[in-house]
Write a protein that binds this ligand. Structure first.
Ligand code: SF4
Length: 253
């Protein structure tokens, strides 16, 4: 899939996660080295087992990091990558976020970079989907604050007045016959996903909601589109419609 959405911002997260991995390896190896005499005193087998467990754990993480780099930069699909992405997300993401903060990077920047890494994984998928298998999931903050129509219940109630992107998105969903929904929060988003059972999600949200959502719905692939926030977070946000339509053109059968 050749999306036009920017994935260039992935470097920050990739570099930080590699440094995180190296530091984890150094710290745990030193820890093991310090406690190993005591472990040997207790039981030699226990000492050897713990060392081998550590070696296997880091072998998997190093292999996973190499595959993540390969997938991210070549945007080619490696069959084994889905398992490794799960490991990558579960183990390295929270530690990378923590370490990045110590290095002075904002959570927002790190999360945005993670979204770009995730999107390069998605781009590496060569699969296409039927329109009924897709879901476009939008945040409520895209709706103009002066609009009184309750589009969260039914987006088709939108009058397409042009004051916000909801009208354009509803039109695109209509044109491609793709399910579209607006979620006011994580609980509603989960409910929408359970009801629609999508095989691929195009999600528009801020960095925090996107990353949390991607973690929650894994292994459903989520193409994350960061919203623009010209008036600050959660108010009258915007999204690049052309990018969403271009993604749809590449994903749909
Ligand atoms: S485009 Fe739709 S949701 Fe947005 S302000 Fe107009 S009627 Fe309301």
């Amino acid at each position: 899939m050749d999306f036009e959405i920017n994935t260039k911002g992935k470097n920050l997260f990739l570099v930080l996660s590699t440094i995180t991995l190296l530091l984890m390896m150094i710290i745990t190896t030193l820890l093991w080295w310090f406690i190993s005499p005591r472990l040997h005193e207790i039981n030699d087998i226990l000492a050897n087992l713990s060392l081998n467990a550590l070696r296997i754990f880091y072998f998997i993480l190093v292999l996973e990091t190499i595959l993540v780099y390969l997938t991210s930069y070549t945007e080619k699909n490696f069959l084994i990558i889905r398992f490794f992405i799960r490991v990558f997300i579960r183990i390295l993401y929270p530690v990378t976020l923590f370490l990045g903060r110590i290095f002075g990077f904002s959570k927002e920047r790190i999360r945005e970079s993670f979204v770009h890494v995730n999107n390069s994984f998605i781009k590496s998928l060569k699969k296409k989907f039927k329109s009924s298998e897709l879901l476009i999931l939008l945040p409520h903050c895209l709706q103009n604050t002066e609009c009184e129509i309750r589009i969260t219940v039914d987006i088709n109630k939108c009058k397409k007045c042009g004051k916000c992107n909801i009208g354009d998105l509803a039109e695109i969903a209509d044109k491609y016959n793709v399910p579209i929904a607006i979620a006011t929060g994580g609980t509603l988003a989960r409910k929408i996903i359970i009801e629609n059972k999508p095989k691929f999600i195009i999600a528009v949200a801020c960095d925090r909601d996107l990353v949390e959502g991607m973690h929650e719905v894994f292994p459903i692939p989520v193409y994350g589109v960061l919203n623009e926030r010209p008036q600050g977070p959660c108010v009258n946000t915007k999204v690049n419609i052309v990018n969403i339509e271009s993604a749809l053109n590449k994903i749909l059968v």
